[in-house]
Design a protein around this ligand. Structure first.
Ligand code: SF4
Length: 325
């Protein structure tokens, strides 16, 4: 028995913290999964380091779980975590892509076995993951009540509190060259997903892009609730272009810029049954002609939602079953 302990200890497997806050669940992400958008395993090691070095008490706390997936498909079960993260991307103003993490909060498993689905809060550059974790843990330490579970705390203070807490991390005016590289990689990030399989499910990239569009529309809705109309309009625009990109991928067309997506989509789907395909460029680029008022943000959001729904129906031959927008 002792020799087994010694052998495991040599591998670093005798550390305390099993099933605690410091024991982060992560899917393989970009290390081996074709569907991964950004890293999940290296970021989990970074976050565990933050917990072990800066929050040692949490090594013995099993009430809060952190889970990470490399894409929205949730093999890392981020949707059931108190703090969940999944891989994504963000574009800067020049159109250059940064690896990103979508932060979800408030999920969990109750004692009776029932589950609570985490709420999507915000998307941040991946390299700011450790700072996001510090903000969240410090906030809970300061404002959580004695013995309160994180999902109860989340419900008590509400998602807007967390959105405001993390919003400064989305400011791209201060990104550094390192922010363009994913964790565990020294090269500038490039999205390289392909059809793949994982954890018993097979999901194609087109579906993943539709999920991303849904996510962008959720961000657009949240921005309207926060009266951030320009942000909302941008998220809706981004969802429309992403959806067009998904349908182009069906024809194996992979444009390299947003304007190319718009032009190719109009050419390829101009006479399809998709409502928005008639004058797609005109439809999607309304943002250049309209002020970002509350009224326009709302109208544009609804139009892009309809476009996404019509696109999914067009692709699948039936209405989307799991769309939440
Ligand atoms: S498909 Fe599954 S294993 Fe692959 S990155 Fe996404 S969540 Fe992780």
């Amino acid at each position: 028995m002792r020799s087994l302990f010694v052998a495991l200890n040599k591998l670093g497997l005798a550390e305390p913290g099993f099933d605690s806050v410091a024991d982060i669940t992560a899917c393989p992400g970009t290390e081996s999964c074709n569907l991964a958008i950004s890293d999940s395993s290296n970021i989990s090691l970074q976050l565990e380091k933050v917990i072990r070095e800066e929050y040692p008490d949490l090594i013995y706390n099993k009430n809060l779980k952190i889970k990470i997936s490399g894409c929205p498909n949730s093999c890392g079960q981020h949707g059931l975590a108190g703090i969940g993260l999944h891989g994504s991307t963000i574009k800067d103003k020049q159109g250059k892509v940064l690896p990103a993490l979508v932060v979800l909060l408030g999920g969990g498993r109750l004692k009776d076995g029932a589950g609570i689905i985490a709420d999507k809060i915000i998307k941040i550059p991946s390299k700011r993951g450790p700072n996001a974790l510090r903000l969240l843990l410090n906030d809970f330490e300061s404002n959580g009540q004695e013995g309160e579970y994180y999902h109860d705390y989340f419900l008590r203070v509400g998602r807007t509190h967390f959105y405001n807490l993390l919003k400064p991390l989305t400011d791209l005016s201060s990104v550094t060259p390192a922010d363009y590289c994913d964790w565990g990689d020294e090269h500038d990030f490039a999205l390289q997903t392909a059809t793949g399989e994982c954890a018993g499910v097979i999901i194609d990239l087109v579906t993943t892009l539709f999920y991303e569009s849904e996510e962008k529309l959720n961000s657009a809705t949240q921005a309207i609730q926060m009266q951030q109309y320009a942000d909302s309009v941008y998220h809706s625009y981004s969802a429309a272009v992403n959806t067009a990109k998904a349908l182009l991928l069906v024809k194996d067309i992979r444009p390299s810029s947003q304007i190319q997506v718009i032009q190719d989509f109009e050419k390829e789907y101009g006479d399809s049954s998709l409502q928005a395909a008639k004058g797609f460029k005109e439809f999607v680029l309304q943002i250049n002609k309209q002020e970002p008022t509350a009224e326009f943000a709302l109208t544009y959001l609804e139009e892009v939602k309809e476009f996404l729904k019509a696109s999914i129906t067009y692709h699948l031959g039936e209405p989307a079953k799991s769309l939440s927008v």
